[in-house]
Design a protein around this ligand. Structure first.
Ligand code: NAD
Length: 485
């Protein structure tokens, strides 16, 4: 990828340069180097993509599922062959390490593999003789043209929570990547092109808010999957629903870990550090809050501080680096400000990662891992999504205190417990009002054959991404009652 690489839309199996003159720089967050410019495509170009997808729908839905998934088998193999190249692009535009970028693409591929089972997953149900000589059955049919609006932090994976299921179920599709990281989808659509999918089945439109509004308002687009911040998720949920669309919106998070005194100290600290500082804290499943219960306060703060201090930070293309930059200079400044607000409100600084000097990356958006202790449970550090490598610690006396504070929070994406007690583990997983639970796991990311189950302000809708929820979202049920006597 060089500075001259134009970012194109892909409509009806043809690459198009957007007509717009509104372009945004796409910047490598580790170096500040401009990689390309992304067009903010106007409504007209969304309309072209929606028409292409709509025209393709009738033939595609009549293509037998066993034939439709043949394209996914090809896609899986092509993604495997190109995983290093795609990971390199993810690291360059998003900043995460190469290992993290490859991990993201592994989960993307896993979703393709699961969607290859659609001929089984899409089956309906039936009952003969609901009355004498009358049979009743339910079949699943595709919804029509569907679209995903994706965030910046997983430029490859998130589209794959939806797209493989959507097209395997017989829908046609439109992808709108984050304008901050559009290069990865250029690579992925080059691969989709090589699968030989028929014209109009998958389409790519780059852009920002105006592009999204055109998608939400388009009458031929029947279903919307959104992943991003809670503020945008709420707005998109309301607008898409007002336009009569099926909609699922995954939002932001504030993910707590509980550390009990009986947890394995070294294991717990390592898992916490990977969760809080992996992807520079820019994961919807990043730990950002730790409740150290009772005697855990005697070892956890010191040990996590040492681990945070020793984290190797730099350009993710360097194999020795454990943590890359945050996405933009604006993000870096916002996170530095939130840290200061916490300190001003009385937090104790165990590790301050602001304003680091990273040789060779002087223009990058770096913050080193930061640990703040004794934070106010009702303050900004404890209650809002920071989306950076900042971990807040709160000491509590009992697991009940921790669960009660967790359940009073507004988000519900993930919570984890570290313990050697089965009874404590059961109590926690039973009582926590959170959709994704980890027990002695720092990042409880559901595999592709489970739904990605956020609750409360982390999710708006009924059906989540991945697996059976995706099949339900991308199909509508038709019930037939039949008599032939
Ligand atoms: P974002 O909400 O800023 O942007 C997401 C998408 O929405 C982008 O494609 C963007 O172009 C579009 N968008 C932004 N503002 C818009 C507006 N006003 N109107 C219409 N479209 C708009 O999110 P982000 O900063 O790219 O991603 C980070 C957020 O995503 C974090 O909050 C993170 O927790 C969340 N996230 C959640 C999950 C999950 O599964 N719950 C997964 C990944 C990321």
């Amino acid at each position: 990828m060089n500075q001259q690489t134009p970012i194109l839309n892909y409509i009806n199996n043809t690459w198009h340069q957007s007509e717009t003159s509104e372009l945004l720089d796409v910047t490598n967050p580790a170096t500040g180097k401009v990689l390309s410019q992304v067009p903010l495509s106007p409504a007209d170009e969304v309309n072209q993509a929606a028409s292409a997808a709509s025209n393709a729908f009738d033939t595609w839905r009549r293509t037998p599922p066993v034939q439709r998934v043949q394209y996914l088998f090809k896609l899986k193999n092509l993604l495997e062959d190109n995983i290093d190249d795609i990971a390199q692009t993810i690291t360059m535009e998003c900043g995460k390490t190469l290992a993290e970028a490859k991990g993201e693409m592994r989960r993307a591929i896993e979703n393709v593999e699961v969607a290859c089972g659609i001929p089984t997953m899409m089956q309906g149900t039936n009952l003969e003789d609901i009355a004498a000589g009358i049979d009743e059955f339910m079949v699943r049919q595709p919804v029509g043209v569907c679209a995903v609006i994706a965030p910046f932090n997983f430029p490859g994976m998130i589209t794959f929570w939806f797209l493989p299921y959507a097209i395997a179920c017989g829908n046609t599709y439109l992808v709108k990547p984050s304008e901050k990281v559009p290069l990865t989808m250029q690579k992925i659509f080059q691969i989709l092109e090589q699968t030989g999918l028929p014209e109009g089945v998958v389409n790519l439109v780059n852009g920002g808010q105006e592009t999204v509004n055109a998608i939400l308002e388009h009458p031929e687009i029947r279903a919307i999957s959104f992943v991003g911040s809670t503020t945008t998720a709420k707005a998109i949920y309301a607008k898409a629903a007002a336009h009569g669309k099926r909609v699922q919106c995954q939002g932001g998070a504030k993910n707590p870990l509980i550390v009990l005194p009986d947890a394995d100290p070294q294991f717990t600290v390592n898992a916490t550090a990977d969760s809080a500082f992996g992807c520079a804290g820019q994961r919807c499943l990043a730990a950002s809050l730790v409740f150290a219960v009772g005697g855990a306060r005697n070892w956890f703060p010191k040990s996590i501080s040492e681990t945070a201090t020793n984290r190797v930070v730099g350009n993710g293309l360097d194999d020795s680096v454990q943590m890359g930059p945050v996405i933009t200079d604006e993000s870096r400044k916002r996170i530095e400000g939130v840290i200061q607000t916490g300190i001003d409100a009385g937090a104790r600084v165990l590790v301050d990662g602001r304003y680091p000097s990273i040789p060779g990356c002087e223009n990058g958006n770096f913050i080193r891992p930061t640990v703040l202790s004794d934070i106010d449970p009702q303050g900004e550090i404890a209650t809002t999504e920071i989306f950076g490598p900042v971990l807040g610690l709160i000491h509590v006396e009992t697991i009940d205190d921790a669960i009660s504070l967790i359940n009073s929070g507004s988000y519900g994406n993930m919570a984890c417990l570290f313990t050697s007690s089965g009874a404590s583990a059961r109590k926690f997983r039973y009582e926590a009002q959170i959709g994704n639970i980890g027990i002695n796991i720092g990042v409880a990311a559901p595999m592709a054959f489970f739904p990605f189950s956020g609750w409360k302000d982390s999710f708006f809708g009924d059906l989540h991404g991945q697996s059976w929820d995706a099949v339900d979202f991308f199909t509508q049920k038709k019930v037939v009652v039949e008599r032939w006597s």
